[in-house]
Design a protein around this ligand. Structure first.
Ligand SMILES: *[C@@H]1O[C@H](CO)[C@@H](O)[C@H](O)[C@H]1NC(C)=O
Ligand SMILES: *[C@@H]1O[C@H](CO)[C@@H](O)[C@H](O)[C@H]1NC(C)=O
Ligand SMILES: *[C@@H]1O[C@H](CO)[C@@H](O)[C@H](O)[C@H]1NC(C)=O
Ligand SMILES: *[C@@H]1O[C@H](CO)[C@@H](O)[C@H](O)[C@H]1NC(C)=O
Ligand SMILES: *[C@@H]1O[C@H](CO)[C@@H](O)[C@H](O)[C@H]1NC(C)=O
Ligand SMILES: *[C@@H]1O[C@H](CO)[C@@H](O)[C@H](O)[C@H]1NC(C)=O
Ligand SMILES: *[C@@H]1O[C@H](CO)[C@@H](O)[C@H](O)[C@H]1NC(C)=O
Length: 262
């Protein structure tokens, strides 16, 4: 046995002796936050492969092989670009539009409103496909191999568009800031360039808020616990190193609290 592996052996024995894994509360161990690329997946979210008690019902995220954090919602996948825990905001981008805006299926962006909502600032930008080429003066005109002429409206509400002249439309919200500084002179580009320009506008994503109330989680985390959810009792749980507690690891445990009450 080499010196290295011997010391590693002793080291792991030592660790094992001090903190036996069986002594660490299973829920605490399983609900460690999951790092995926630049994002940290933690309560109210859980990684799809973590037990359901690690997250609030409905808030599952996946980590794909490129370390992108993926939210699946109503038949579409979104990449999570950024998470703001204090504001409960996710910045997301539609995966199906991330390479090319020419689509096989034309699906509107819709949220599961029992889990998420739009923030107050977004524009109703819309992609139109299969249009009469003459039907628009939009600078963002393009064509797709399978769906003919199309165009992009930064704010479909304002532009009062003749929707009926296009066979398909796809609603994709954008942040107003993207519309206020659109890339220069799409007029001069080829159709493929304009598709890239539109794709890059959409790539900046839009914001959604998560509705689940997570105010209890902060104190739990501060006290060294990991947040979770009791699906049967439909209640917040704080998983501590050795037990489950109602709110924080420094307070009384759920079990003791029940004994005291009885
Ligand atoms: C919305 O989310 C809730 C909570 O997870 C789920 O029960 C429901 O099926 C979802 N609705 C749709 C349309 O996906
Ligand atoms: C994903 O992240 C893990 C852990 O940080 C890293 O080991 C792996 O190389 C990353 N994979 C890619 C494709 O970037
Ligand atoms: C969703 O957001 C809209 C405005 O942005 C607001 O009027 C509505 O109350 C919100 N819904 C929920 C469930 O928070
Ligand atoms: C987007 O369109 C919907 C439905 O037409 C409307 O209720 C909403 O107010 C619009 N949002 C904005 C920011 O214009
Ligand atoms: C729109 O759809 C109809 C019926 O499928 C088709 O006949 C028509 O050619 C389409 N229009 C365009 C501009 O592709
Ligand atoms: C396209 O334009 C032509 C001529 O203006 C019109 O006859 C035709 O109905 C239009 N097609 C669609 C799909 O709007
Ligand atoms: C978090 O802990 C602080 C200090 O103990 C307390 O004042 C506050 O009410 C707690 N917050 C919640 C949501 O329980």
């Amino acid at each position: 046995m080499s010196c290295f592996s011997l010391s590693l052996f002793i080291f792991s024995l030592h660790i094992h002796y001090l903190v036996p894994t069986s002594g660490e509360f299973q829920q605490f161990r399983e609900c460690a936050s999951f790092v995926c690329g630049d994002q940290e997946i933690s309560y109210p979210f859980r990684h799809v492969r973590q037990p359901s008690y690690c997250g609030y019902p409905g808030y599952e995220l996946d980590c794909d092989r490129d370390n992108l954090t993926i939210l699946s919602m109503k038949s579409l996948e979104y990449q999570v670009i950024h998470m703001d825990r204090s504001k409960q905001i996710l910045e997301v981008e539609r995966m199906d539009l991330s390479n090319d805006i020419c689509l096989g299926t034309h699906v509107d962006t819709t949220l599961n409103f029992s889990l998420f909502n739009y923030t107050s600032s977004y524009l109703n930008s819309t992609l139109f496909y299969n249009c009469n080429s003459s039907s628009t003066h939009s600078p963002y005109r393009f064509s797709c191999p399978a769906s003919g002429h199309g165009y992009f409206a930064l704010d479909a509400d304002l532009e009062k568009l003749p929707h009926e002249r296009c066979n398909f439309s796809v609603f994709v919200p954008i942040l107003p800031i993207e519309a206020s500084s659109p890339p220069s002179t799409p007029e001069s580009g080829s159709s493929a360039n304009i598709r890239d320009i539109i794709r890059d506008i959409l790539k900046k994503g839009f914001e959604i808020t998560w509705i689940a109330n997570t105010f209890l989680c902060e104190n739990c985390t501060k006290s060294g616990g990991r947040c979770g959810y009791g699906w049967t009792g439909q209640e917040f749980n704080c998983f501590c190193r050795d037990k489950a507690c109602p709110t924080t690891c420094s307070g009384p445990s759920g079990m003791y609290a029940k004994v005291t009450v009885a």
